[in-house]
Ligand binder design. Sequence first.
Ligand SMILES: Cc1cc2nc3c(=O)[nH]c(=O)nc-3n(C[C@H](O)[C@H](O)[C@H](O)COP(=O)(O)OP(=O)(O)OC[C@H]3O[C@@H](n4cnc5c(N)ncnc54)[C@H](O)[C@@H]3O)c2cc1C
Length: 499
Amino acid sequence: MDPDSRSTVIIIGAGVSGISAAKVLAENGIADLLILEASDRIGGRIRKESFGGVSVELGAGWIAGVGGKAPNPVWEIAAKFGLRSCFSDYSNARYNIYDQSGKIFPSGIAADSYKKAVDSAIQRLRDQESNCVEDVPDGTESPLTPIELAIDFILHDFEMAGKLFHSCFSLFGFQEKSKVEPISTYVDFGEREYLVADERGYEYLLYKMAEDFLFTSEEKILDNRLKLNKVVRELQHSRNGVTVKTEDGCIYEASYVVLSASIGVLQSDLICFRPPLPRWKTEAIEKCDVMIYTKVFLKFPYKFWPCGPDKEFFIYAHERRGYYTFWQQMENAYPSSNILVVTLTNGESKRVEAQPDEETLKEAMGVLRDMFGSEIPTATDILVPRWWNNRFQRGSYSNYPIISNNQVVNDIKAPVGRIFFTGEHTSERFNGYVHGGYLAGIDTSKALLEEMRKNENTSFLREPLLALTESDTVSGLQKCDVPTQLYLSGKLGISEAIL
Ligand SMILES: Cc1cc2nc3c(=O)[nH]c(=O)nc-3n(C[C@H](O)[C@H](O)[C@H](O)COP(=O)(O)OP(=O)(O)OC[C@H]3O[C@@H](n4cnc5c(N)ncnc54)[C@H](O)[C@@H]3O)c2cc1C
């Protein structure tokens, strides 16, 4: 063990939540912090890559929730550092729905189909809300047509359920908005979305945040407190602190840990907890769905698709749901780049991640030839991100069941002893978004600082309750799960929790 490997706080993960958590701790006088990041870079799910002569965003692309009464904090940081972005107007996609013979659906048919799909989605949600119906078709519905399937896909799979309701309402120009559950991002921060199109990448914001508390030079972080390529495999925690073991055999010790690994990673066996996490925690982690969202980038020698701001998005209607449905041309973001992006989700994402890129190219070209004719050129390059197969991500973002109470997210967020949890999935209002991760990092660090202050005064009282030693058995843990949980969620005081 390095002589300097004992820290007050170890932050696991250098995505937006880990960096914002570390920044708050540093600003509050915790200088001996350590950030352990599994990959060779900071940013996590904010990641740029050079493709076709420009910088494309493989992960988060949009700053969502702009133009409302309250400022989106990520938008503010982006404005401060002059990050280039362009407004995305999804509403035009309704005029650009192609059938398999390349014809654009007349606006009347498109309007009827999306009204039908939106009505039925809202009805399904209402039914679920009132617990009348399970979310399964009863077999009496008529099969959906390709255009209905395309719209149904956009409603349910394109982005997470929460986002998607916003997207579809603006996509299809509905004024009514969801009557079911308002979406915090759009209610709080506004309805507009801006696509980041900056050569420095969305991740530039993270470097600028890190610059405030880590030593940097020429846009590189040269601070020993950030350690890259450190894959945390084990967290051994007790009343005295946490021992962190990494895949390369290093051991680090800290009084506290802030763990920002994604919900997909928490559901995997990458990190072993000793003693194991209590049951209320693991059950909550299992309840949260993981969305996979894949942007496939294709570079062409020249443009063959219609251009102009109202042509930025287009939809392909196929009898197979989610089959290369949602397309974006990058001319607005990167003029003359000749790049198209098609978005796949969940099952289609997994399928495409598992096959060679040449196969994906063949499929995508088949779809484009359906829409634009057999004469179009084959793409010269393809880029297929693999978020599901990345063991440091295991998916793209969290998706809480629409009809779920706050208890699940509260349990996922609640600390276990000296391990504090952060990340977009711990954000009650903004999970799934960059600003969700950013704000979660701040919240978690504030909670930790509060805990540290309390501990200075009351450690003699709290330690018996939260202390978990290696000899604790799983059943022993379960006995104290309920009071511990209630104590951590602020519903019980210490004395009640101990009783
Ligand atoms: C394809 C895609 C599209 C998206 N689109 C948008 C969008 O348009 N707008 C938007 O607002 N949001 C979008 N998001 C969501 C957004 O990217 C995330 O919500 C946000 O970046 C999550 O930040 P985080 O810090 O919570 O997690 P992460 O960024 O995942 O950071 C966690 C870090 O922990 C590291 N880690 C994991 N396990 C270990 C371990 N065992 N040891 C050490 N380190 C570990 C990871 O490598 C990672 O760097 C998108 C995400 C994806 C993938």
